[in-house]
Design a protein. Sequence first.
Length: 320
Amino acid sequence: MSKRLLTPLSRGRLAACAVVVAAWALAACGGDDGARPTASAPSSATVAAQSPTPESTKIGGSMILATTTSTQDSGLLDVLVPLFQKQTGIETKVIAVGTGAALTMAEKGDADAVLVHAPASEKKYVDQGDLIEGKLVMHNDFILVGPASDPAGVKKIKDLNAALAAIAATGPFISRGDASGTNTAELNLWKAAGIDVKSVKNREETGQGMGATLNIADQKRGYTLTDRATYLALKKGTSGKALGLENVFEKAAPLLNIYHVYVVNPARHSGVKEAQARAFNAFMVAPETQKLIGDFKKAEYGEALFIADAGKKESDLAVK
């Protein structure tokens, strides 16, 4: 039973352009940290005209990025956010929470852009108009980790469902329990394996991010599901004491972990820093950024933490 632990013109056309420039300037200079302004949403013509790229003149201002903890715990945002500010002049406040919480922030208009990794959960917010201009950014995979002694014998098992069944019978299993992308993936995996989560021996929910959950699993000598990037970052001890947990199961198709970036819809949420959010969206799929993502700590860890995917078809992605 589970228990809780604790992203030459005509005059008329000249006038229209002037409106666009004015709107852009206002967006860039809006308040940063206080309550969201209640100005009316820009017209569709304005929206189309102000889609900056990282090569554009520096925009300035600030924005809020709601994202999953894995992008922060892995150290990826520590590289990307300063580069984004250098290129655009935009200061980014990162709110790293579970994907579920990041999507809720978007729904409330409390973020300007989101970077998340739960495609099935994201669809609801796209369909209801809270998220727009979604772009495929990257992927990695989930892995099952556990103590070196591997009491459930998972390392010898080749089938994902069988591995989950062994863990369920042995325990303990430490879940994030926070409606994050990882927690959503975990629950889907139990379901696909025909296992009732209530039957998983000594399954506990931390209600915390990936880094904290990994540390708790380590302390309890338990198993957990994690994204590869966060695990490697903690396993190498770059965030403190190195983890004792080992990778016990990997590379099954259902373990694919896909990341998208979105703009929070300014037509639905009038306080959104539209220019800044679009700039971040463009930045994440720009060639220079994609190269940084693909190379991120690859030499240090001997394997890629993230695979850059801009321009690819999502249907072509796979765990390798």
